[in-house]
Design a protein around this ligand. Structure first.
Ligand code: FAD
Length: 425
């Protein structure tokens, strides 16, 4: 059967628009559709981790994000109860961003259309798939005028998010599953006193995780991950409980004195499931959350969706040029699983972790009260990296090391010249 397109991509946000752009640039005829109108927000906060920043840069959209006015985040602050740890957000000159999704997703769509020659239709719902001889060959769409239209494509990609209909229709197998772990609430605040240097802030306090994501000037996204037993109370009275808990975090009562909540509205979810899905089958593939979903506490969903678009586009490009579908896509799945599984397990473990016992924090305070002890403690920690820490933490540190130009075997050598001479005695 003749196909109208090489690829139909269902869902036009970070996963779908990135993939469409890359496939369009490779010369394929791509139709990108989404039931939403753009620009628009979606249920998500906004932190883009280092690998995501690198992927956005590779996609060529970073300049447009900076032009949209998002602050360059240069520091990363972590509060453990009332103890503060802070460092750079990346190697010298590197910055992170917390772009609003209405801007990020629309910029990606614009690049897909302008650079990739992608045909894009918003307010267009995919209502079902067309199959022939056991293979997906297209989809039925309902356009914004309410018209039903059949579209044939050599491949249909479900980039349709965590409630993916495409995945449901093709019965894509889920594996390595863990149920939802933590409810989350967030909102956009104006009037928050900014820090002297723009920082991502994370608070591990009272068994909740608080986040401040600095967006544009005078625009911050505040988010809280809760414990499941708190959800019903929050649902009944979200704003009061959210703000009360947030003001209780270190330094936040003063900084929130004059804040206003945008549209008086908070957004919440009971929790996000965790699983990988088989990302392909005859004539179909999955991208982004549809293929790989996890708790957002680690802030890697956007970065993963954009980063994974590159190997998926390469695999699809190869099949569209004649490579064997099953062999190529199996290899893609194998590589994807090897790439994402360590971080996936780490995210689940980190989300499940409860706060340390109060005595442990008291010892931490006792150490930090004396700057020379704090210094020794940090040098000791630097020495313990990368081999003396618990295996899951080691894995994470080793994965991030190269970003800072340090490799596992050289970490100790780098740490030593800066050591306190007393520490060697
Ligand atoms: C509370 C919360 C906070 C988060 N915070 C962060 C964070 O700080 N940092 C981070 O990196 N990640 C975060 N994430 C995760 C991140 O939002 C997702 O990983 C990311 O949005 C996945 O992108 P996607 O393109 O795969 O799917 P989505 O962004 O969900 O987009 C899917 C699109 O598909 C469209 N669609 C669905 N069905 C159809 C259909 N039948 N026809 C047509 N269109 C359809 C939808 O309209 C939608 O636009 C958070 C998630 C949640 C829930």
């Amino acid at each position: 059967m003749d196909s109208d397109y090489d690829v139909l991509v269902v869902g036009a946000r970070v996963a779908g628009a990135s993939l469409a752009l890359l496939l369009g640039e490779k010369g394929h005829r791509v139709l990108l559709v989404d039931r939403d109108t753009f620009p628009s927000d979606t249920l998500s906060t906004h932190f883009v981790i280092a690998s995501g920043m690198m992927a956005l840069k590779r996609l060529g959209v970073l300049d447009d994000l900076h032009a949209a006015g998002f602050r360059r985040v240069t520091r990363s602050r972590t509060w453990i109860e009332d103890c503060l740890f802070e460092g750079p957000a990346g190697p010298a000159g590197a910055t992170m961003l917390a772009p609003r999704r209405d801007a990020l997703d629309s910029i990606l769509i614009r690049h897909a259309r302008e650079r990739g020659g992608v045909e894009f239709h918003e307010q267009t719902i995919v209502e079902g798939l067309i199959e022939q001889d056991g293979r997906v060959v297209g989809a039925t769409l309902r356009t914004r005028d309410g018209e039903r239209r059949e579209v044939h494509a050599r491949v249909v990609v479900g980039a349709d998010g965590k409630y993916s209909k495409v995945a449901e229709w093709v019965k894509a197998e889920r594996y390595d599953t863990t149920p939802a772990l933590r409810p989350a609430y967030y909102g956009y605040y104006h009037g928050l006193t900014p820090l002297p240097e723009t920082a991502l802030e994370i608070f591990f306090c009272d068994d909740r995780i608080g986040f401040v994501f600095p967006m544009r000037p005078d625009e911050d996204c505040l988010a809280l991950e809760l414990q499941p037993e708190e959800y019903e109370a929050f649902r009944a009275n979200p704003r009061e409980l959210f703000e009360e808990r947030f003001r209780a975090l270190p330094g936040m009562a003063a900084r929130m004195r004059d804040v206003t909540l945008e549209n008086g509205k908070l957004f919440g979810t009971r929790g996000i499931e965790n699983y990988l899905r088989r990302p392909f089958g005859p004539g179909w593939a999955l991208a982004g959350d549809a293929a790989y979903l996890k708790d957002p506490s680690n802030g890697s969903g956007i970065g993963d969706a954009v980063s994974q678009a590159f190997p998926l586009a390469d695999a699809l490009d190869a099949t569209l040029r004649g490579a064997d579908w099953e062999t190529t896509m199996s290899a893609y799945q194998h590589t994807r699983d090897a790439a994402v599984t360590p971080m996936y397990h780490w995210t689940i473990a980190a989300t499940q972790r409860h706060d340390a016992a109060p005595e442990a924090i008291t010892w931490l305070r006792a150490a930090l009260v004396t700057p020379h002890v704090a210094r020794r403690m940090i040098y000791w920690l630097a020495d313990a990296m990368p081999d003396g820490l618990p295996p899951d933490v080691q894995q994470r540190v080793k994965a991030t090391g190269p970003y800072f130009g340090v490799h596992a075997s050289s970490a100790i050598a780098v740490a030593q010249p800066a050591r306190d001479p007393d520490a060697r005695s």
